[in-house]
Design a protein around this ligand. Structure first.
Ligand SMILES: Cc1cc2nc3c(=O)[nH]c(=O)nc-3n(C[C@H](O)[C@H](O)[C@H](O)COP(=O)(O)O)c2cc1C
Length: 187
C-alpha cells in the first residue's frame, strides 16, 4: 500500500520487463515523442540512442546471429558485477532468471530451452523497435547514472502510451559488433 497518488507512480508500479511483443508498427512520430523523454531526465549527458526498426533491425539481428550461435562473446563492454561474486549477489542475479524460466515452463535442466530463451535476447525478443543505448568511451563512470535515468524516462514515456519495454544488457557481450551500427541510425 502506498499513500502516493500520482500517475507517475502508477506507471512505475505497472511497468515490468516484457519479453514477448505484438507484431505492430510503432509510428515514427510516437517514437520521436518517447525519445524526447530521455532529455527530460535530470541529467547532463543523455548518451547516444540508436533506434532500429525493420529492415535495419532484422539485418542487425541476422548479422549478430552467427556470433551468438557460435557462442563467441567478445570482451564485455562494461563490468556489471564483481568477480568473484559474493553469494548474496549470485542469489539476487539468479532469482529473476529462475522466475523467468519458471513462467515459461523451462525446466532447470533444460539447457537447450534456456539457451533458446537466452538467444531471444539477441533478437530483441522480436520487438518492433529496438534501441541500442551507448555512451562515449571517454565519459566517466558517473555518466552511467545519467544514462540510467534517461533510459528509465524513456521506458516510462513508452509505458504511458501503453508500450512495454525491457533492458537487454546482454548486447554488451557483443560490443564490437554493436559498434558497427551505422551512423545513420544515430539520434
Ligand atoms: C540495464 C538492464 C539490463 C538488463 N538486461 C537484461 C537482459 O539482458 N535480458 C533480460 O531478459 N532482462 C534484462 N533486464 C531486465 C531485468 O532482468 C529486469 O528489469 C529485472 O529483473 C526486474 O524486473 P522488472 O523489470 O520486470 O521489474 C535488464 C534490465 C536492465 C535495467
Amino acid at each position: 500500500m502506498t499513500s502516493i497518488d500520482h500517475p507517475l507512480f502508477s506507471l512505475l508500479e505497472s511497468r515490468h520487463s516484457c519479453r514477448k511483443y505484438l507484431d505492430e508498427r510503432i509510428p515514427r512520430a510516437t517514437m520521436e515523442e518517447i525519445l524526447t523523454a530521455t532529455r527530460k531526465a535530470p541529467i547532463c549527458n543523455p548518451g547516444i540512442f540508436f533506434v532500429l526498426s525493420d529492415p535495419a533491425l532484422q539485418a542487425f539481428c541476422d548479422e549478430l546471429a552467427p556470433h551468438v550461435a557460435a557462442e563467441r562473446p567478445e570482451q564485455n563492454e562494461y563490468g556489471y558485477l564483481p568477480k568473484p561474486m559474493p553469494p548474496f549477489l549470485k542469489d539476487r542475479q539468479r532469482a529473476p532468471g529462475y522466475a523467468l524460466y519458471n513462467s515459461l515452463g523451462i525446466a532447470r535442466r533444460d539447457i537447450a530451452g534456456r539457451r533458446a530463451q537466452f538467444a531471444s535476447n539477441y533478437r530483441f525478443f522480436d520487438v518492433p523497435v529496438g534501441i541500442i543505448v551507448s555512451i562515449r568511451r571517454d565519459m566517466g563512470a558517473g555518466c552511467y547514472m545519467d544514462l540510467g535515468m534517461s533510459i528509465l524516462a524513456l521506458m516510462l514515456a513508452a509505458k504511458s502510451l501503453d508500450y512495454a519495454s525491457c533492458g537487454i544488457g546482454a548486447f554488451a557481450n557483443y560490443g564490437r559488433f554493436v559498434h558497427r551500427l551505422p551512423e545513420a541510425s544515430r539520434r
